[in-house]
Design a binder for this molecule. Structure first.
Ligand code: CU
Length: 700
């Protein structure tokens, strides 16, 4: 589709769009933030949640979550976005797809969890406000859950066909995305198929068109659910995702492919008696290849690299729930086992291969209990969990072409104790008190933990693989690493009247044994006098970092707010600020989103709405010296979008992004490592230029 056509669609939509009034804001549950993608209420039966239709902007679902208070996008490529929440990101935020969590296949998290939530299939993303409840598993920070579209049971025995399809076009990366879900249901059974196809070209920015930033993703799957009896429900969901060549300029390589299969079966039991049960069994397998020559200028033959990686996760979880003491008691147990393998090769030399993460096996077994309900004028949540972790690595394999240095490191690793286990304990208490219809106070106290990942523990060869830190350093692991433990405190209030709302939260968290890179050889850093430093120098960084336990503190303030100017006009806004500091040395934490304020001015009619939005981002001068992090200037970008309900089945949205074609560089965007990109290597990556987009959603 041409830009002119898109523009006329945008103009058309600007005159016409629909949304829920700001007053419904107060009906949002106190501890979960929800953005809906298509503008439908999340809970139609209760009609309790604001139908907020977000502009799709980037193909990555992590960009959508970044619209919520406290959240930000770590942009490592068009389909490699991680969620940052209050300064924590990567595996520190618990992200699930339809409730299923599984290990990423890429050692640099080229496939973070939301890689598996393509826009045409996405119904909504839920994000807890503050730390995840203990039932969500161990997590240092919040829980995000991407809920994909699905077909509901029908009211009667007669089979009913339904479908929900979305297509999106965007000019700035010449991308198109089409997909949806369709199925047949009765009162007892439902069967559905889902599919989506996405393809995009090089991203246009005011600085340059970024060569090699294309993306390609296909997903297909099927689901079945049956109410076997009045009390028992069975569900089965299968999906396959094939990601094609996709650019990752902040990494030394780009995605060649991800082939990922996920399966999840669930069983629930509720006969109206005292206890309700549910259980789920899930499996995921990811196969991945990335290289440094398909989407960027190929280096000399001896430096050609292609890395193959795979991950497999199996998980079993079971929960029992009952009413107790005026509230709900939930108890559960879960077990998760994952396997990782990474092999670096040189396609021009069969004798060159090495396994920097050899035959890794990780296991976790946990149990939890939580109670939620009213107590003495307060709404209370209290939960605790305990997890036993184990991890083990195999012995590295090296091809004949590998030189002496890596062999020495591999021998030392093989001779060491490569198994580890530990126990972590998490707890969370939240209380809230409604003072009146308009004002609710809330506070939370948490102790949350995270066991180290496989690279943090077992990376024996200094490589840039770091779970997506993209700071240009090479990293090695530490076999003796301890789990991170965060002690958090937060307080805030939710104020809402029919005319206005304001929901601020202040938070602080002290993190013991926070894991980050520190000089791997601290005695004479920068002097390549150890095998580790010599090998690292050959891999492009003479000063490797080792994942280490340090001490950190994160604190900040975030809020959303809005008010109606009159019946038709309203203003909504989201403000986020977090500071991250080391408390053991004088340094700041790496890759913390700068302070930012998003405000939208919306005109709302019965069938349509239009919004003019500004995003103002402050400079970031609090940077990590340890990670050689560069400062970034602030910027303001303007967007406009509109939504029109054509009828009960069709909704058209359209918009223009970066209206003024402003040059901007996201502090979380990483530095360029692709010499053919169009901007200098080492420069912070520029953001998207001016462009238009349109989205059509059809529901039958
Ligand atoms: Cu990769």
């Amino acid at each position: 589709m041409t830009s002119a056509l898109l523009l006329s669609a945008a103009a058309l939509a600007l005159q016409a769009g629909a949304d829920a009034p700001a007053a419904e804001q107060q009906a949002r549950p106190a501890w979960v933030d929800v953005i809906t993608v298509t503008g439908r209420p999340v809970d139609q039966a209760a009609d309790a949640v604001i139908a907020l239709s977000a502009p799709p902007a980037e193909p990555d679902a992590a960009a959508l979550i970044a619209r919520l208070p406290g959240a930000a996008l770590i942009d490592n490529g068009a389909l490699s976005g991680q969620v940052q929440y209050r300064g924590l990101f990567g595996p520190r935020v618990a992200v699930a797809i339809n409730g299923q969590r599984f290990a990423s296949g890429g050692p640099n998290l080229m496939d973070p969890p939301l890689h598996y939530a393509p826009a045409p299939l996405l119904d909504r993303i839920e994000l807890t406000r503050g730390p995840a409840p203990v039932s969500a598993g161990p997590a240092l920070s919040a829980r995000a859950n991407a809920v994909l579209k699905s077909i509901d049971y029908a009211p009667g025995a007669e089979p009913v066909f339904s479908a929900d399809l979305t297509s999106i076009v965007r000019s700035v990366d010449e991308s198109i995305a089409v997909g949806g879900v369709a199925g047949v249901a009765t009162r007892r059974q439902r069967v559905q198929v889902l599919a989506s196809v996405e393809e995009g070209g090089d991203l246009q920015t005011p600085v340059a068109t970024l060569d090699g930033t294309q993306h390609e993703r296909v997903v297909y799957g099927a689901g079945y659910a049956a109410r076997l009896t009045e009390a028992v429900e069975f569900t089965l969901d299968l999906r396959r995702q094939e990601t094609g060549p996709t650019g990752n300029p902040p990494f030394p390589m780009d995605i060649r492919y991800f082939d990922t299969n996920t399966a999840r079966a669930g069983l629930s039991f509720d006969d109206g008696g005292v206890w309700r049960f549910n259980a789920a069994l899930s499996h995921a397998r990811v196969d991945h290849a990335m290289n440094n020559f398909d989407l960027r200028p190929a280096p000399m033959a001896m430096s050609l690299r292609e890395t193959f990686a795979s991950a497999e996760t199996a998980a079993l979880e079971a929960q029992a729930e009952r009413d107790l003491a005026g509230g709900v008691l939930r108890m559960g147990a879960d077990h998760e086992a994952s396997r990782h393998d990474v092999t670096i090769t040189n396609p021009a030399n069969a004798a060159f291969f090495v396994t920097p993460a050899p035959a890794i096996e990780m296991g976790r077994t946990g149990a939890f209990a939580e109670w939620e309900g009213p107590r003495g004028g307060f709404d209370v949540y209290a939960g605790a969990r305990i997890d036993a972790h184990e991890a083990e690595a195999g012995a590295p394999r090296l091809g004949a072409a590998l030189p002496m240095g890596p062999r020495m490191l591999a021998n030392a690793f093989t001779a060491s104790d490569r198994s580890w286990n530990d126990v972590t304990v998490d707890g969370l208490i939240r209380v809230s008190r409604a003072v009146n219809d308009q004002l609710t106070w809330r506070a939370a106290l948490s102790r949350k933990s995270r066991a180290p990942g496989y690279l943090e523990r077992f990376a024996w060869l200094p490589t840039p693989a770091s779970g997506g830190l993209a700071d240009g350093n090479t990293y090695v692991g530490d076999l003796d690493l301890d789990a991170e433990v965060a002690t958090g405190l937060e307080a805030g209030f939710d104020y809402a009247t029919p005319r206005a709302y304001l929901r601020p939260t202040v938070h602080v968290s002290w993190i013991d044994d926070y894991i980050q890179g520190t000089p791997a050889e601290p005695v004479t850093p920068g002097v390549a006098d150890t095998p580790l430093e010599m090998v690292s120098a050959m891999n492009g960084d003479p000063t490797p970092l080792r994942f280490s336990n340090v001490e950190a503190r994160i604190y900040g303030l975030d809020a959303d707010f809005g008010f109606a100017l009159n019946v038709a006009w309203r203003i909504d806004g989201v403000f986020s600020l977090a500071r991250g500091e080391r408390t053991d040395v004088d340094d700041d934490l790496y890759r913390i989103a700068p302070a930012r304020l998003r405000t939208g001015l919306t005109y709302e009619a019965s069938a349509w709405s239009a919004t003019l939005e500004s995003l103002a981002v402050a400079e970031q001068t609090r940077v990590s010296a340890e990670n050689s992090e560069a400062e970034t200037p602030g910027y303001v970008i303007l967007n406009a979008y509109a939504q029109l309900d054509l009828n009960d089945q069709l909704t058209l949205s359209a918009g223009a992004e970066n209206l003024l074609d402003q040059r901007w560089r996201d502090h979380l965007g990483g530095y360029n490592r692709n010499s053919g990109l169009g901007v200098a290597v080492g420069e912070r990556l520029p953001g998207a230029g001016a462009g238009v987009w349109a989205r059509l959603n059809a529901r039958f």
